[in-house]
Design a protein around this ligand. Sequence first.
Ligand SMILES: [Zn+2]
Length: 181
Amino acid sequence: MHKISDGILMMRTNERVCSTVYVLEHEGKRLIIDSGDGKLAFNFTPEICILTHGHYDHAKGVKPEWKNVFLHPADFSKKPYITVPPNAKKLDFATLSFGPFQLEMIHTPGHTDGSICILEKKSGLLFSGDTKFAQGDYGRTDLEGSEEEMQKSLARIDKLGWKLLCPAHGYLEQREDGKLI
Ligand SMILES: [Zn+2]
């Protein structure tokens, strides 16, 4: 695990196909964002797991014993590459406090209908899933969703006060100077 910020870490494999998993820690409890494709080894049970969307490389790592797994309702579908873990619940909150962290869920359709980005307000980290990547790149819209929806979602993200982009694949990027991490 690599530390990004106070209490925020990331896990990933060398394979770009597996989503990065972000881990928020507070007093021995963990909230994770995405779960990878099943190849990442978890030596802990997260209290909460929020999936940025239902694609298998983000959702397949969810273990049956995890109790609080959330996915946007619009991704409870039988579309190609979507894997809905049997224990997933429909995400029905717009904000969530976890220890010192203040998370805001932003619905950003375009890559999938139920894609979300998650803003951690204190640190200014934006967990952007497959919606927004470093260097102006963004998620594919040819599987479902649409280019038009994607552009609207990207515009919505631009208005938020984030400082560090934390996508599910590839580099992290600082907003002011474009430095990659
Ligand atoms: Zn995806």
